[in-house]
Design a binder for this molecule. Structure first.
Ligand code: SF4
Length: 384
C-alpha cells in the first residue's frame, strides 16, 4: 500500500482516550491539561498545555481522510472490495506510522466514532469547537458519535446556550472526571473543583442534551476518607444523574505527586477488599437512574455493571459473592485478577488458571496470611 508520508506526519495524537473510545478515531484538538495539578494523575506532568489552531486541527482531520481513502483504495486494488475492515486489520498489525494505526483501528471497528483529545476540550472557544465538529461531520458524513474529555469547572463556566450549540453541531458525549464528591478529598488531591462545581457543570451538560459520563476513582480516599468519599460521591452523582457512572480504581506510580505521600505514610492506600467495601457503600447510596460501568482494567470486579436503580441488588450481589469466599480463594482471585489471568469471578472455577495463580502466588512469596499488599499493588500497576 502506498503510504502518504505527509498525512502520516500531520495526524498528531495525544496519550489517552477512555476505554469506551478504544476504537474511535482520535483527533487532538488541544495538547495536554490546562490544570495539570491533580495528585493522582501523571498523564501530562511536565507537559505544557496548548490550544491548537482551527487550521491545524482541520489539517489533521483532512490527513485522517487521506489515510482512510488510501486504505479503502488499497482494499479495492488488492481484491478485497468493500471488505475494508479486513485490510484495516492488516494495516493495524503492521502500520507505517501511529497515524495509520489510529485510522486503521477506527476503520476496522466500522469508522463510526471520534474522540477529541486531550484533557479538557471545552476550554476551547465554543465557536471554534463548533467549527471543528462541523468540519469533522462534513469530512466524514458517516460519523455517529463525537465525544471528548472535559473538566466540570469549565463546563460550569460555559453557558447552557454554548453547550447546546455544541450538541447541535454534533458533540454527543462528554467524559468528566468527578473522582470524588467529597470536598476535603478533592482539596487534598488538588483537583481544583468543588462538589458544588461538579454538580453545576454536570447538570448543565445534562440539560444541554449532551450525554455525560462521570468517573469515580475507587480507593481515592485511602483508609482515612473512604466512607465520606463513597457517600459524598453518591450524593453528587444523585444530583447530576449522569447517563453513565464509570468507576476505576486508584493506582499509584512514581510520576504522580501522590507517590511521595504514599511513600512517607501520609496517605495510606486501601486494600482491594477495603475498596470493595467502599464500592458497596457507594452503590448503596446511589439513587439515580445512571448506567454504572466498570470498564477499567484497574477494577477488581469488572462484572459490577448495570442500570440503576433496577440492577442495584444484582451489582451488590457480585460484591457479596466475593466477600463470601474463603480467605485462600479471595487471595487467589485478587492475584489472578491483578496479574491478568482472571477476568471475572467465574474464572475461579477454571482449574488450569487456578493452578497458574497458585504457582504465581508461590513465586511472589505468599505466606500464611496470603500475598503481601505491596506485591498486589505492584502487579496492578504493571497495567497502567
Ligand atoms: S484535570 Fe484530569 S488530566 Fe488534568 S491533572 Fe487532573 S486528572 Fe489529570
Amino acid at each position: 500500500m502506498a503510504v502518504n508520508e505527509v498525512a502520516a506526519d500531520f495526524l498528531e495524537l495525544g496519550p489517552i482516550r477512555p476505554p469506551s473510545e478504544a476504537y474511535s478515531l482520535l483527533i487532538r484538538v488541544t495538547r495536554n491539561c490546562p490544570w495539570n495539578r491533580c495528585k493522582f494523575c501523571s498523564l501530562y506532568k511536565g507537559q505544557k498545555f496548548e490550544l491548537r489552531s482551527v487550521e491545524e486541527i482541520k489539517r489533521d482531520i483532512t490527513a485522517a481522510r487521506v489515510i482512510r481513502d488510501e486504505i479503502k483504495a488499497f482494499a479495492w486494488k488488492s481484491g478485497y472490495g468493500d471488505r475494508v475492515g479486513e485490510v484495516a486489520a492488516m494495516v493495524f498489525n503492521n502500520p507505517p506510522s501511529d497515524a495509520y494505526r489510529n485510522v486503521a483501528l477506527w476503520l476496522y471497528a466500522g469508522g463510526e466514532n471520534v474522540f477529541l483529545q486531550d484533557a479538557n476540550t471545552l476550554i476551547m472557544n465554543t465557536g471554534e469547537l463548533v467549527e471543528i465538529i462541523e468540519f469533522l461531520k462534513e469530512t466524514f458524513p458517516g460519523i455517529e458519535r463525537i465525544t471528548s474529555y472535559a473538566r466540570a469547572k469549565t463546563a460550569a463556566k460555559k453557558s447552557l446556550e454554548e453547550l447546546t450549540a455544541l450538541r447541535e453541531a454534533g458533540l454527543s458525549r462528554l467524559h468528566i472526571g468527578l473522582e470524588s464528591g467529597y470536598d476535603p478529598l478533592l482539596n487534598y488531591m488538588d483537583k481544583g473543583v468543588t462538589a458544588a462545581e461538579h454538580i453545576a457543570g454536570g447538570k448543565k451538560v445534562m440539560a444541554s442534551g449532551i450525554s455525560l459520563s462521570e468517573y469515580v476513582i475507587l480507593g481515592l480516599g485511602g483508609r482515612k476518607m473512604w466512607r465520606e468519599h463513597a457517600v459524598q460521591s453518591a450524593r453528587v452523582l444523585n444530583e447530576i444523574n449522569p447517563d453513565f457512572i464509570r468507576v476505576r480504581t486508584l493506582s499509584v506510580n512514581k510520576r504522580m505527586p501522590l507517590y511521595e505521600e504514599v511513600a512517607s505514610g501520609s496517605f495510606i492506600r486501601s486494600t482491594d477488599e477495603e475498596i470493595l467495601e467502599e464500592e458497596k457503600l457507594l452503590i448503596e447510596h446511589l439513587e439515580c437512574s445512571s448506567n454504572l460501568v466498570s470498564d477499567h482494567i484497574t477494577n477488581l470486579l469488572q462484572e459490577i455493571e448495570g442500570k440503576l436503580p433496577q440492577d442495584k441488588e444484582k451489582m451488590l450481589a457480585v460484591i457479596s459473592r466475593f466477600q463470601a469466599l474463603e480467605p485462600a480463594a479471595k487471595s487467589n482471585f485478587i492475584i489472578g485478577r491483578r496479574s491478568g489471568i482472571y477476568g471475572c469471578l467465574d474464572d475461579l472455577n477454571d482449574t488450569q488458571r487456578h493452578e497458574w495463580v497458585e504457582q504465581l502466588m508461590h513465586r511472589i512469596g505468599a505466606d500464611g496470611d496470603g500475598v503481601k499488599q505491596e506485591a498486589v499493588f505492584r502487579l496492578m500497576e504493571r497495567f497502567i
